[in-house]
Design a protein. Sequence first.
Length: 213
Amino acid sequence: MANPYAQMRKDLGYEFCRTQSEKNPFVAGPLKRTDCSLVSDGAAAIVMTDVDTALGMKKAVAFRAAAHASDFLPMSKRDILKFEGCTAAWQKAFAQSGLSLNDLDLVETHDCFTVAELIEYEAMGLVPEGQGARAILEGWTEKDGKLPVNPSGGLKAKGHPIGATGVSMHVMASLQVRGEAGDMQVAGAKLAGIFNMGGAAVANYVSILEPLR
């Protein structure tokens, strides 16, 4: 609702989203339509340059970390209740940056489906395995919570235009660390984590952004 670039800006209400109906049917039980990201089209862009050039520009954001991890494509070779590639990518990013999850002011994560977001909470280390829902039920991921997650609305609300999704997550995070996110702004945000994936956590990417100046 707070994101002017979002495809979906209508508050459907908690009860509507939680209840199966003609307008909110099961897609693949227990996931309903409101548990699934939108069919979207869109575009996003960032300009990449060296540090010296960036310092001469009006807007300068730096990668504190950029990490990648791949996992097996066949789900038969994996534990379907874990995103182990996601965990590996986060661990690499924290090792690169010298940071931990507790240092981040917010995260933009790849919530293509409700269940994916909950598993990602576990994979990044926010909650123990099997307790993904706890982060939401206890308010940890709210904009003023322990670790704000997807203040942009995430893929399910702002849209998931596939190729543009990862770039758009970096745009949203850049706005946050520059203090230019408007109604989406997390107060005092200076370190933003981003998790983007391809497939069912087959290709996994984690970035950590901070303002350069």
